[in-house]
Design a protein around this ligand. Structure first.
Ligand code: ATP
Ligand code: MN
Length: 483
């Protein structure tokens, strides 16, 4: 058996009393032909391996280079040096894989995040990305834990879909038709009848519609899977491929929906705070250092840990779209014409600068906006009854987070068949295309609601990483799909 190793994280938690252990990992640095900083990815803290002078041959010492991998057996003893609790006195070192230190792209020095994106295949080996991806893992785990404890059923909705009626964003086509000689029908249009599925298909932009089918049988379900949007928006918060969590719940109204979303977000943050303290402390320091280079007014008012604590201990601000428009219209920011897009009045879609003003400047905490104008929201959202004349709204809710903007989009769904059909006709969605969706409203319809949380935006919020490309392993963005 090869793998009789202890992880460095567990090892560093032990009291060193001369125990014999085996570790495996990659060399971060090697000083004075004597001290190896060894890392195995379980923590940012390196194990100091001490090679006693004269104990190893010259040949072997030369092979101990940055990023070489090795297996070391020896005794752990209290460290004589400052900065670490223990040393591993190497009795036996086996190089598992050599690394040419001259050519190794990740030299042991500070690199920009932009540069690291170009070597994304190696960036996990840095402290920053080590921490980010361990936190990402913890959040993913906490999400399943939360819903499992609540009795939700985890549902896998399809990646390839035929419905293009959701209107959530531009889609990627899935096809096996030859590009150079696409078959045409009588009208000269591409004949998707001859395509693999006998119809036009796309990568999913959301699992919601299928999720609703699950909710109206199981009561409560959630999805957690990849979604795709061919939107050409090169921002720090949009990806062409991202992961989304979409709970759908029967017997929930809009308020139940908001309560769940808030509890859910707090739960997963708390999980990371309790289980990834060390990584979060590292990321908090990283963010603080990064912000030192910014002018005072661009820096966050709270440190990362402080911000997360604050979110755990304070409810989210809830207000209607209509009230939010008023606040912003009346703000000095608007009166001084500091918004790029001025607040024109009720009915306008909110730009991310408006959302950020509200969360970062006005309330200084996460905000749930609800009851949006029907015209700027999707067809399946429930039409509100008590609307002001000429201002029809739907029971939608968005959660806006400081530094990120929209992190959750959700709504109570329209469960009344005739209202849903009317709305679909109004905006030109063919009823027959969504016959299966409408069936849930025909056979035992119930009030129900749900939301979608963009996983990478959540990871951004918790890790303090400013660019979404730095919280997913291999980002897909316009013009970029390396690795
Ligand atoms: P935005 O206005 O920021 O583009 P959206 O209104 O298109 O968001 P929804 O369709 O409601 O977003 O999707 C639900 C959630 O998915 C959003 O709240 C967000 O967290 C996340 N999300 C949406 N688009 C992207 C994207 N391109 N990359 C990463 N996450 C996204
Ligand atoms: Mn969008």
């Amino acid at each position: 058996m090869f793998n009789k190793r202890i992880r460095i994280k567990e090892l560093l938690a032990m009291e060193p009393q001369g125990q014999e252990v085996t570790v495996m990992g990659w060399v971060r640095t090697f000083r004075n032909n004597q001290f190896i900083a060894l890392n195995d990815g379980s923590t940012n803290n390196n194990l100091q391996v001490v090679v006693e002078l004269g104990s190893q041959g010259e040949e072997l010492l030369k092979r101990i280079t940055t990023s070489a991998s090795m297996k070391v057996t020896g005794m752990i003893v209290p460290s004589l040096g400052k900065g670490q609790k223990m040393d591993l006195k190497a009795a036996h070192i086996e190089i598992l894989g050599d690394s040419d230190a001259e050519k190794y792209p990740l030299q042991p020095k500070k690199h920009s995040l932009e540069f690291l994106r170009e070597i994304a295949h190696l960036r996990f080996r840095t402290n920053t990305f080590g921490s980010v991806f361990r936190v990402r893992h913890a959040l993913a785990f906490a999400i399943h834990k939360f819903f499992n404890e609540k009795g939700f059923v985890y549902m896998h909705t399809p990646i390839i879909t035929a419905s293009d009626a959701e209107g959530a964003g531009e889609m990627f086509r899935v096809s096996t038709l030859p590009f150079d000689q696409t078959p045409r029908n009588d009208k000269g249009e591409v004949d998707f009848k001859q395509d693999f599925f006998g119809r036009a298909t796309n990568l999913t932009v959301s699992g919601q519609l299928e999720g609703e089918l699950g909710a109206t049988a199981f009561g409560e379900i959630y999805t957690f899977g990849p979604t795709f949007r061919a939107e050409n928006s090169n921002t720090a918060r949009h990806l062409a491929e991202f992961w989304m969590i979409e709970p759908e719940m029967a017997f929930y109204d809009l308020e139940d929906n908001m309560n769940l979303a808030e509890e859910f977000i707090q739960y997963i943050i708390r999980y990371a705070m309790e289980n990834n303290r060390e990584d979060l402390e590292f990321l908090a320091q990283r963010l603080a250092d990064e912000e030192k280079q910014l002018p005072q007014d661009k820096r966050s008012e709270m440190g990362l840990l402080e911000k997360l604590d604050f979110v755990l201990n304070n409810g989210f601000e809830r207000l209607t779209y209509t009230d939010a428009i008023e606040i912003r219209k009346e703000s000095n920011h608007n009166k001084k014409k500091k918004f790029q897009y001025p607040i024109t009045g009720w009915g306008m879609d909110l730009q991310s600068e408006h959302e950020r003003y509200l969360v970062e400047k006005h309330f200084k905490k996460p905000v749930i906006l609800y009851n949006y104008p029907a015209a700027i929201k999707a067809f399946y959202m429930r039409q509100n009854e008590d609307c002001a004349p000429g201002q029809p709204t739907v029971a939608a809710m968005d959660i806006l987070a400081p530094g990120i903007g929209e992190i959750v989009g959700g709504s109570q769904r329209e469960e009344r068949l005739s209202k849903l059909e009317d709305r679909m006709k109004e905006i030109g969605i063919p009823l027959e295309e969504l016959w299966w969706y409408l069936d849930t409203r025909r056979y035992g319809t119930v009030p129900h609601a749900g939301f979608g949380l963009g996983f990478e935006r959540m990871v951004q919020f918790v890790t303090g990483m400013t660019n979404i490309r730095d919280v997913i392993a291999f980002p897909r963005t316009p013009g970029s799909a390396e690795f």
